[in-house]
Design a protein around this ligand. Structure first.
Ligand SMILES: *Cc1c(COP(=O)(O)O)cnc(C)c1O
Length: 439
């Protein structure tokens, strides 16, 4: 049985509570809603809407908080940002400056990460279906680590590496059969998910890998899912990994690396995200005796609160008893609500709107799908055409998942680093068909 995530949550937070939970956002009496001290109205005036707005200071602060939580636990895991969460070169470059490596799941991401200046030796390649070309490209650039997810992939990689005269440092991705307690579409560590190799099959596969040409097994990886708010599933999964490492070593294998994956959850309402101190403590407890070098692959935790989608109201309409607020952003921009029933906080940008009486409204986009709904029954003030709204915590799994469905061009993107700068121009409508061929 799958329980919609909203069912067990307390009363909806007010607009003021949503704002108070987000230190990078402030409401100014004249300027309205500001993100990292920049009025969102100024960004909308300059660049139009819908527009993605990212905050460099927030991204740096998240990275710093994660690093220091581990330092306080006496640990220094290598942080490999999961590129799929937000693969913009500006975001990757900023994280590279902070010292991040990358976790990639395709050749495109591998090349993107390098384009942003990340050294291939600081890149790990995950994913259940890497092609021969993917593996060849990774080996040609001397990638740091390949996370192997199946016997078939191991055989393919060995053949390619041997033919190229290379040795691939690999870890085997174990499927720990742990339920991360998250949405069904983003749980990845259960036995019936497609990811990884069952724990009981790892010892034989690891021993086999050690005999293969072109392969050097160095450890294990796991990644149990995304938007995980409790350390409990991590403790269970890391405990299984530790037991498996001890088992492998007892059988004479060398294990030097444990890649703990990502999945750290953020507060999308006004709840706190996962406690970094508790998470770091969990990692320490599970791995202290192992003497392995640790890798983390955070994506959402770093990027989600560092971005928002700024949009304008097209119109309001009333269908019977139901109030609809139609935006110029849609599911083609941000698909998370349609795909995962995700909650995103939505705040008015105008200080007058922010303080006005609210009634329940469905906040929707103009796309011809009922699923094009950002929120249902959300407390919102009356909104005039042109009123602006900020859809919050959209920095991860936002722009990367957008499409041009309904022939809607891709939104622009702006990065605030002190001042706002355009980092992606709005796609021109003509670009939608510029690569199409009519025979
Ligand atoms: C998606 C993914 C991550 C990042 O997940 P987040 O929830 O964004 O932290 C890390 N590792 C692997 C293998 C992934 O597939």
């Amino acid at each position: 049985m799958s329980i919609p995530q909203t069912d067990f949550l307390a009363a909806e937070p007010s607009l003021a509570e949503l704002l108070a939970a987000r230190p990078a956002l402030k409401m100014h009496a004249q300027d309205g809603l500001c993100f990292e001290n920049v009025p969102l109205n100024a960004i909308a005036d300059a660049f139009g809407t819908p527009v993605w707005v990212y905050g460099a200071a927030t991204l740096r602060a998240r990275y710093g908080a994660l690093k220091s939580a581990f330092a306080q636990a006496g640990l220094a895991p290598r942080l490999h940002y999961a590129v799929k969460a937000n693969d913009h070169l500006a975001i990757l470059s900023l994280l590279r400056e902070q010292g991040a490596g990358a976790d990639v799941v395709s050749r495109g991401e591998f090349l993107r990460a390098q384009k942003a200046g990340i050294d291939p030796k600081d890149i790990v390649f995950s994913g259940v279906g890497k092609t021969a070309e993917d593996l060849r490209a990774a080996l040609a650039q001397n990638i740091g680590q390949i996370n192997v997810e199946s016997p078939a992939e191991l055989a393919l990689l060995s053949a390619i590496a041997a033919a190229m005269g290379k040795t691939a440092s690999i870890v085997l991705r174990m499927n720990p059969d742990v339920d991360a307690g998250t949405h069904a579409k983003i749980t990845t560590g259960r036995a019936d998910n497609k990811f990884g190799v069952a724990a009981h099959e790892i010892p034989a596969l690891y021993a086999h890998a050690a005999t293969l040409p072109g392969i050097q097994p160095i450890g294990l990886a796991l990644h149990i899912g995304s938007q995980i708010l409790s350390p409990a599933p991590y403790a269970a999964a890391f405990g299984k990994a530790a037991a498996l490492i001890n088992h492998l070593r007892a059988a004479g294998q060398t294990v030097t690396t444990l890649d703990l994956g990502g999945g750290l959850g953020v507060g999308y309402r006004d709840e706190p995200g996962i406690s970094l101190a508790a998470f770091a403590h969990t990692v320490r407890r599970a791995t202290a005796e192992l003497g392995v070098s640790l890798i983390l692959e955070p994506g959402r935790y770093l990027a989600a609160p560092a971005g928002l989608l700024l949009t304008s109201v097209i119109l309001e309409k009333q269908n019977g008893a139901k109030r609809f607020c139609v935006l110029d952003a849609a599911m083609n921009d941000l698909i998370r609500p349609a795909m995962y029933d995700s909650y995103h906080a939505i705040l008015p940008v105008s200080p007058v709107d922010f303080l006005a009486e609210t009634t329940a409204a469905d906040i929707v986009g103009p796309v011809c799908e009922t699923g094009d709904t950002f929120a249902t029954g959300r407390a919102m003030p009356p909104l005039r055409p042109g009123a602006r709204l900020a859809i919050l915590d959209a920095g991860a799994y936002g722009a990367v998942m957008s499409s041009t469905y309904n022939a809607r061009p891709r939104a622009a993107a702006v990065l605030i680093d002190g001042t706002p700068k355009l980092i992606t121009p709005r796609q021109a409508i003509e670009d939608l068909w510029s690569s199409e061929i009519v025979p």
